[in-house]
Design a protein around this ligand. Structure first.
Ligand code: SAM
Length: 222
């Protein structure tokens, strides 16, 4: 294998299986986002209680679908830093930044478990990022960059306690494990617990038959 092929293969290994086919398809459309995710992003960003001038981390930012809402909330005087392990996803996120002319958004291609950031932050968004919100190592790495009263919002998949949802738990668990990295924490009923033990009590809302959750900080900004 020549070095270019080897590097492309290595990049592919750093992209979650579900996204390996999706990324090349969406690359020509930097502002692409699934329409039904928009309201979730809005709800998550609202719960971050961002102010103009704030600095926010979007960990596991993927192609940057939350950037427009974060930029809108922190305004030009604020800063958005996306952290993304997949170079392919990171490139797509960078194209979104370029296309929109955002000068206050930085995309760092790196592992949330090891990434080094500059300065401290008012908020942390973990949208669909189980490798971060359910990873003690990733949270331990990011926590020192958060201000004492930083707001945190996580959204992701979970197993359901409810009738219809419960009936499909095993198939959902199987699909989730096929779609994610082999190192991604497996689905459970309370995936926010790792985050809670790191950042303190969270409010939790269950969505979509109990298969999804959103969790957010209870403390308010000082
Ligand atoms: C389901 S996607 C969600 C993307 C984005 N937050 C969104 O809302 O569209 C999860 C992302 O987390 C990234 N990821 C997985 N492990 C990571 C890690 N250790 N550090 C940074 N990003 C990671 C994946 O590559 C993927 O792009």
């Amino acid at each position: 294998m020549n070095s270019r092929k080897a590097s492309a293969a290595a990049d592919r290994e750093l992209t979650p299986p579900y996204a390996r086919y999706l990324v090349p398809l969406i690359r020509p459309f930097p502002n692409f986002d699934l329409f039904f995710v928009k309201s979730l992003r809005q709800r998550a960003v609202r719960r971050l209680q961002l102010h103009p001038g704030d600095r926010v981390i979007d960990a596991g930012c993927g192609p940057g679908g939350s950037f427009p809402f974060l930029v809108d909330a922190v305004t030009q005087s604020g800063v958005v830093v996306g952290v993304e392990i997949s170079p392919d996803m990171g490139l797509t996120a960078k194209k979104r930044v370029e296309k929109n002319g955002w000068t206050n958004v930085e995309v760092i291609v790196g592992d949330a478990k090891k990434v080094e950031l500059q300065g401290t932050f008012d908020a942390l968004l973990l949208l669909g990022a189980p490798d971060v919100y359910a990873s003690p190592a990733a949270l331990a790495n990011l926590a020192p960059y958060l201000k004492r009263d930083a707001r945190i919002v996580a959204f992701g998949a979970k197993l359901s306690h409810r009738g219809l949802g419960k009936a499909f738990n095993s198939i959902f668990r199987l699909l989730f494990s096929k779609a994610t990295f082999s190192s991604t924490p497996q689905l459970d009923y309370e995936p926010w617990k790792t985050l809670e033990s790191c950042v303190g009590a969270l409010a939790v809302e269950e969505l979509f038959f109990g298969w999804m959750f959103m969790a957010w900080s209870l403390r308010t900004r000082e």
